[in-house]
Design a protein around this ligand. Structure first.
Ligand code: GTP
Ligand code: ZN
Length: 370
């Protein structure tokens, strides 16, 4: 099974000098004059890049457009990648710089395709992000815990910290959903951004926006969530001028519904980045193994070192050390079953339980769907 950083999709595999099999006609300089930046958007082979040294661009914004140099090969470059560019970095209209190198990735959010020819193959989505902000409404639409679980798995696999944001708390109690994720230790924030009570709640700090800002400030966050949960409303509150379209979006153009390439990078006032994922409707995690998920739980990973070789840690497997740990007393468990709850919650994130679908209300079923 493919593992992180080893796929042929990994640009680093191709960019290390001296590894090419083709003989070189002349020794190229290693682009020591290159400038560094971060990919903020990708549009049909054109890469929008924010340079570290914004003063290089004519308008001082640091934003330029670049194409991939042929020497980079076919490895995929994604939003969030740190890259080196040469050539015209003025950012003037119709100028194109050349992207010559992709730096090693600190984290890599991936998804596997769920349908079509590519089903099961994994795709890199965003590099170097710190947080996966999972936006879910407590009602309208109803929360989908299996989907939240898959997002969590994607975050742990990526090496990112998950943050659960429960929206629309003016409409229903967030407590039942919160209690589902408490044993996992997932950080969470409850928000209410309804039109009517908004101004009042916001004055009192009760809308939750400040609490979200505190967690994401100065960091790079990827926002995910299915349609209608209030993701755009939240992003607009966090990033003034973001102008994310809210409501039942894009009925005219349908834009943002079917494509997964239109990730948008927005700058947080006071520092940090928000990456919106308007086209990403689902997150297949077929490529993730138990061991990948375990990395998100250092305490359980330590316990699992005593497991038999190849243990999947799933419920019911023989001699899994997690079961013995649940039975033993410890300072972190005073008889209230905290260890058991944590292990059970962790196991919920493992295949095959993860494959289970959320029940879809009859009214939302399409023909042919169960
Ligand atoms: N009552 C209430 N309504 C909210 C809240 N947040 C958002 N809404 C409403 O929920 C609807 C959907 O919000 P959006 O922000 O467009 O949702 P989205 O997640 O971006 O959905 P897509 O744009 O389809 O991806 C809008 O009518 C919002 O006004 C909230 O906290 N409480
Ligand atoms: Zn085990």
């Amino acid at each position: 099974m493919a593992r992180r950083d080893t796929g042929t999709d990994d640009p680093r595999v191709r960019v290390r000098p001296g590894k090419g099999s083709r003989p070189r006609t002349k020794q190229r300089p290693a682009h020591s004059d290159a400038h560094h930046g971060t990919v903020t958007r990708i549009d049909r082979g054109h890469y929008r890049i924010r340079l570290e040294n914004a003063a290089l661009t004519e308008d001082g914004s640091g934003d330029i457009t670049a194409m991939k140099a042929r020497e980079l090969g076919r490895g995929k470059v994604v939003v969030g990648d740190r890259v080196a560019v040469v050539g015209d970095v003025s950012g003037r209209k119709d100028t194109l710089a050349r992207m010559v190198r992709v730096e090693e990735r600190r984290t890599l959010l991936r998804r596997s395709a769920e349908d079509g020819d590519a089903a099961g193959t994994e795709k890199p989505v965003v590099a170097n992000a710190d947080l996966l902000v999972i936006v879910t409404s407590v009602t309208n639409p109803e929360p989908r815990p299996r989907m939240i679980d898959r997002y969590l798995v994607a975050a742990y696999d990526a090496g990112m910290e998950p943050l659960l944001v429960l929206t629309k708390s003016d409409l229903a109690d967030a407590a039942p959903l919160l209690s589902l994720y408490e044993p996992l230790g997932v950080r969470s924030v409850v928000t209410r951004l309804d039109e009517s009570s908004r101004a009042e709640a916001s004055r009192a700090g009760g809308d939750g926006v400040e609490a979200v800002r505190e967690v994401i400030g100065g960091r790079t966050s990827v926002f995910v969530g299915h349609s209608g949960v209030g993701k755009s409303t939240l992003i607009n509150a966090l990033v003034p001028g973001a102008d994310r379209v809210t409501g039942h979006v894009n009925e005219v153009t349908g834009r943002g519904r079917h494509t997964s390439t239109n990730l948008q990078t927005l700058e947080l006032p006071g520092g940090g980045w928000v990456i919106d994922t308007p086209g990403v409707r689902s997150f297949g995690v077929a490529h993730v193994s138990s061991a990948d998920v375990l990395r998100g739980f250092p305490d359980l990973a330590e316990v699992a070192e005593d497991c038999p070789r190849g243990c999947t840690h799933e419920a019911g497997v023989i001699d899994c050390a997690l079961d013995a740990w649940c039975g033993a007393a410890g300072p972190d468990d005073d008889g209230r079953g905290l260890r058991r709850a944590r292990v059970d919650s962790f196991r919920r994130l493992l295949a095959p339980s993860l494959e289970a679908e959320d029940p879809v209300p009859a009214a939302h079923r399409r023909q042919g769907e169960r």
